[in-house]
Each structure stands twice: as structure tokens, then as C-alpha cells.
Design a protein around this ligand. Structure first.
Ligand code: ADP
Ligand code: MG
Length: 228
């Protein structure tokens, strides 16, 4: 009964999300279509053409960013439940984040669990998406360089993952809005990353705690039950 309710609730959230993401992607596509049509007319000069092209590229980038942030929830495969070894995931996450942009002076520090076999339970690919979305925000908060730490620890039948950056930080007001759809303070943000992450982590019985201070940095603490 309880399980059935959770399942229905989940299906509802995913379908609402899909509708709203489809809507957000349709907007840029409509814009691009309109400009491509204008492109075909004889009486536009090259300055205008360049302007239209710039907008088209920006709109396509936006559609792509939305799809990237939303990727795993939109994936139709049934949810996999498997053991996820945390040390391997920390290595994976660090490698992915290293490829994000040319970062000036960002140091990534890692701290591993004492045992590579320590694991939590969930869908590995969704879990990766959740951590990447959080890590990407940390990288984006480090515009002027700094430290990104990814640490794991284990105690009392739980595993805690800490993702901490010394970036721009958030106000209390900003923290409150985290995880709500389309909330973004970035020029080209989607405001979907944290919403997707939190959805995935909560489904894994993960607890999410956030500390942040403007100009100091941000710490995400994610706590999960240890796999048997
Ligand atoms: P997006 O990254 O597209 O803006 P997100 O949902 O990933 O959307 O994040 C929402 C907002 O939360 C960001 O625009 C930013 O203002 C804030 N935020 C999230 N993580 C951090 C962080 N580590 N440091 C500073 N701000 C953050
Ligand atoms: Mg983001």
C-alpha cells in the first residue's frame, strides 16, 4: 500500500517534469525555426544574418543544457537497483568534473573510504547524474579558482559524501529556493540540476544537508544507508 503510493507519486512527478521540460525545449526550438525561416528571405543583410545566427546558437545551447541536466530522469529504462561502491564513484565524479571547462586554478581534492567495497544501494547512472549536477554547480561557483573537495566517510551504518567548494556561496534565501524547478541565478542556467539531483537522492533514502555562505563557499552533505 505504502509502496504503491510512493510509486504513484513518483510517476506523477516524472510525468509533470517531462511535460515541463518538453515545454522548455519547445521554446528554443520555436525560436530557431523562426530565425531559420527569416534566413531564407532575400532582403536581410549580413549583420542581421549574424545576429540571427548568434541567437540560434544560444537557443540550441540552452536546449542542450536542459537535456543534460535532466538526462537520467528522462531515461526510460526501468530503475536498476544495485550496489554502488562509493570509492569508484568518487574517482568517476572527479574525472568528469575535470573535463568541465578549462578551470583556472581549481584544485580537486579527494578523500576515500578505507574499504573499496563499501557501498550504497540505488541506480548507479542516476546516482552519477545527481552527483555530477551538484559537482557542476561547485565548479561553476569557482569562477575565480579555489578548492573543490569530494570526501566520503562511514559510521553507524551510514555513508556520508561531502562535496565542498570555496566558491561564491549562497544566501539563506537562495538555499531555500534550491531544488525548485527553473530557479537559477546564472545567465545560461536551466535551474533543473538541483531539482533532478534532490529527486534522485531522496528516492535512494538519501539525506541532503547544505551549508553555504556568500563569498565563502558551499558544502553539500549527502548521507545514505550502507548497503548490507
Ligand atoms: P543552474 O545550475 O542551471 O542554475 P541548479 O538547479 O543546478 O541550476 O542550481 C540552481 C541555483 O542554485 C544556481 O543557479 C545557483 O544560484 C545555486 N547554487 C547551487 N549550487 C551552488 C554552489 N555550489 N555554489 C553557489 N551557488 C549554488
Ligand atoms: Mg546546475
Amino acid at each position: 500500500m505504502q509502496e504503491e503510493m510512493v510509486k504513484n507519486e513518483k510517476a506523477k512527478i516524472v510525468s509533470e517534469m517531462a511535460a515541463s521540460v518538453a515545454h522548455e525545449i519547445r521554446n528554443p526550438l520555436t525560436t530557431v525555426r523562426g530565425f531559420l525561416q527569416l534566413f531564407g528571405s532575400d532582403d536581410i543583410d549580413s549583420a542581421k544574418k549574424q545576429f540571427y545566427q548568434k541567437i540560434c546558437l544560444e537557443e540550441l545551447d540552452r536546449a542542450q543544457a536542459i537535456i543534460t541536466d535532466y538526462l537520467s530522469l528522462a531515461k526510460p529504462d526501468p530503475e536498476m537497483i544495485e550496489k554502488i561502491e562509493i570509492n569508484a564513484e568518487i574517482t568517476y565524479l572527479s574525472n568528469v568534473l575535470l573535463t568541465y571547462g578549462n578551470f583556472n586554478n581549481i584544485e580537486i581534492r579527494q578523500d576515500f573510504l578505507p574499504d573499496d567495497s563499501l557501498a550504497i544501494v540505488g541506480d548507479r547512472y542516476k546516482f552519477r547524474q545527481a552527483l555530477i549536477n551538484i559537482g557542476k554547480n561547485a565548479i561553476e561557483a569557482l569562477q575565480h579558482g579555489g578548492l573543490l573537495e569530494i570526501r566520503a566517510s562511514s559510521s553507524n551504518g551510514q555513508i556520508q559524501i561531502v562535496i565542498r567548494d570555496t566558491g561564491i556561496g549562497m544566501s539563506a534565501e537562495q538555499i531555500k529556493r534550491l531544488g525548485t524547478p527553473y530557479y537559477s541565478t546564472k545567465d545560461r542556467g536551466t535551474g533543473l540540476g538541483t531539482m533532478v539531483s534532490f529527486g534522485i537522492l531522496r528516492k535512494m533514502n538519501g539525506k541532503i544537508e547544505i551549508d553555504s555562505e556568500l563569498g565563502i563557499g558551499t558544502e553539500y552533505r549527502l548521507t545514505f544507508p550502507l548497503a548490507e
